[in-house]
Structures are given as structure tokens and as C-alpha cells.
Design a protein. Structure first.
Length: 361
């Protein structure tokens, strides 16, 4: 009988919190897996071996065939290089949750929608902070309007938060690359950290300047929530750090990232800087999401706003993943490939015990 939950990358930064949440909900049913069995075993030993571990290479067919026996739900806490593993899960009737912030990953998995329906598998994409909670905030606004014409979504992350190597790589990969987004039906190219957006996050953050960035929610909500145009912006709790990244982008420093030597140098530098910031407590362990929207209600143009702040974005991600995994494990869900907001709402999170503080105006 398939009754196990497999957390791929469960010993990473986000994976650890996901595992913590899941073992509370599913004692003796969680398996932490990855290519580094030593790290998985060490993590298990830290917590009295209350979960199993497994060596798993998602790019090796034999490893996948052996590792996915008796697995009901897979939680992917890595950003895979391709969709082969997700495809395998879907075609073998294994439910799949993806935590990746990359739109490319989600878009490529979405193409297996029919296969998921045929094989009675459910795949939930965009499960996390942004995309994830950010999309649910947009959904809340859409329920209060006849139509959302425009949604500006701003994400703030604290430099005091422990950011894993994968998170730093995600930033470096996206700061150097332009991205294309449909605006009023026409493809438009954007440079990251050039176009700015001034917004007001809920207290204690207040007024901030965020910059256009390649976040997945701006691609997703027009598809799932019928928003005409969406834009995503990014900043840090440190105004100085945010402005510095914009300056470095404008003078072309990040162009060096196309060379592997400089990429590795930047990676080490950013990880070291973040580590020092945490130790010196010069950055906060905080996150914020703010949505500024324009829409139509009762034939009138309106502007409305919704936002949330909290601490430890890895923890809230783990909680949302555990919520989705619980739903999939119970079996009360349709087959297919969905984004989080297509199946659930903020009210569903609240009923599960996840109650982010929301400011709505």
C-alpha cells in the first residue's frame, strides 16, 4: 500500500521546515531523500530519527524506480533541471507538490495535465511564499471585485533569514537574465532590478521601493485568476541592500555572472555576506507581501490593497506545503495539474491553522 510521503531535498533550508511540519502531521510516514545520504542521516540523527532517509538521484532511472515504491505523495524542495522526475510521478499515479519559485519549472510540469488526469495523479504547483501565498492574496482581492485589471505584487525578504545555497543561486540566475511577460496581450522584455515600484507593506515594514524581478506569480495569476496584467517586484528589508543591487545592475556588474569563475565567486561572496549579516543581526528575519491592484466593482473603477508580513519565510513555506500534502494524502481532490490558488484559498489555510496576518484595504 502506498502510504509514505517523500520529501526530496528535505535536509535543505526549505526542506527542513517542510519535514518538521510533515512529521507532526504524519508520524512514521515521512522519508527525507536526496543525493547526499550523509546529510539526510545527520539531519535525522539531530531529531531522534523520527523519519526515514533515502539516497535518491532524481536524474537516475534505477534510483527513481527503486525509491518511489510505496510513495503516495512527493514533495519537491529542489529546483530540478528537467521535468523527468515529475513526469514519472504523474504517470505512475503519485501525487506531486512543487515548491520551486521558478516559472519555467511550473510551466514545463503543467504540460502533463492530461497525463495526470488519466493516471489519477494530482500535482500542485506554486506551493510556497511567492508563488503561493502571494497568489492566494490576489485571489482574495479577486473575490472582492468584478474584475482585476492590474495587480502589482511586491515581495520583501529579510537579510536576517537563513538563505540556502539554492536560494542564492536562484537570485544570481535571475538577476542577470532579462525576462519576457505579456502586457495587454503583447510580449514585452524586462530587465531585472531596473523598473521600480513604490509600495506600502503592512507594519512594521511600511514604505518601500521594490524592483521588477522574474517572480513566477506574475505569470501565473493572469492564467488562474483572469487578471489582465500582473507585475512582480522584489526588495530586501535593508533599503541600502536593495538600492545597492539596483546600482550594481545598472552599471553592469552582474554581466560577469555569465562567466562560471565570476558566478562561483559571487555565490561564495553572497553566502558569506548573508552569514555575517545573520551573525551581526544587521538584517531581520522577516518577509512581506503586498498586492496593489486596480479593478472594476459594480461598474466603478477601484483601487484596493492586501498585504501580509511575518517572520521566517521557510517556516510559512513548510506550513503551506504540509497543508497541501495533507489534502493530497487524504485523497479528497481532483486529478490533474493545478496551481495552489486553483484548489484552495486563504480561508482553507485558516481552517488548517495557518493564519497569516492580513491587512486589506
Amino acid at each position: 500500500m502506498s502510504d509514505k510521503i517523500l520529501v526530496v531535498g528535505g535536509y535543505g533550508q526549505v526542506g527542513r521546515y517542510t519535514t518538521f511540519e510533515l512529521i507532526n502531521a504524519f508520524p512514521k510516514k515521512v522519508i527525507v531523500a536526496g543525493r547526499n545520504l550523509e546529510k539526510a542521516d545527520a539531519f535525522a540523527a539531530e531529531h531522534n530519527n523520527v523519519f526515514e532517509t533515502m539516497k535518491l538521484d532524481i536524474y537516475d532511472k534505477e534510483s527513481v524506480n527503486a525509491g518511489l515504491k510505496n510513495i503516495r505523495v512527493v514533495v519537491m524542495c529542489l529546483s530540478p533541471k528537467n521535468t523527468d522526475f515529475a513526469e514519472y510521478c504523474i504517470k505512475n499515479g503519485i501525487h506531486y507538490i512543487d515548491v520551486s519559485p521558478s516559472n519555467d519549472v511550473a510551466k514545463n510540469i503543467y504540460q502533463y495535465k492530461q497525463e495526470a488526469e488519466s493516471n489519477h495523479s494530482t500535482c500542485i504547483l506554486g506551493v510556497g511564499l511567492a508563488p503561493g501565498l502571494s497568489n492566494l492574496l490576489v485571489k482574495k482581492l479577486s473575490q472582492n471585485a468584478d474584475k482585476i485589471k492590474k495587480a502589482d505584487i511586491s515581495l520583501l525578504l529579510g537579510l536576517g533569514e537563513k538563505h540556502g545555497a539554492d536560494g542564492v543561486k536562484w537570485f544570481l540566475d535571475n538577476i542577470q537574465r532579462n525576462f519576457i511577460l505579456k502586457v495587454d496581450g503583447t510580449d514585452k522584455k524586462f530587465k531585472p532590478f531596473i523598473q521600480k515600484h513604490k509600495t506600502v507593506f503592512p507594519e512594521p515594514l511600511g514604505k518601500r521601493t521594490a524592483y521588477r524581478f522574474n517572480l513566477a506569480d506574475q505569470f501565473i495569476v493572469p492564467q488562474t485568476l483572469s487578471v489582465d496584467n500582473a507585475s512582480s517586484y522584489y526588495c530586501y528589508d535593508s533599503k541600502f541592500a536593495t538600492a545597492s543591487v539596483s546600482v550594481l545592475k545598472r552599471i553592469g556588474i552582474f554581466g560577469l555572472l555569465k562567466h562560471r569563475t565570476f558566478y562561483n565567486l559571487f555565490l561564495k561572496l553572497f553566502i558569506s555576506t548573508l552569514s555575517v549579516t545573520r551573525k551581526m543581526k544587521t538584517g531581520a528575519d522577516i518577509y512581506g507581501i503586498q498586492v496593489d491592484a486596480e479593478g472594476i466593482k459594480n461598474g466603478q473603477k477601484i483601487q484596493f490593497h492586501i498585504g501580509t508580513t511575518g517572520v521566517n519565510n521557510s517556516l510559512i513555506t513548510g506550513q503551506i506545503v504540509a497543508f497541501a500534502a495533507t489534502k493530497l494524502f487524504a485523497g479528497n481532490h481532483p486529478a490533474g495539474v493545478f496551481y495552489l490558488e486553483e484548489l484552495y484559498s486563504l480561508d482553507d489555510l485558516n481552517d488548517f491553522g495557518i493564519k497569516p496576518k492580513i491587512t486589506l484595504s
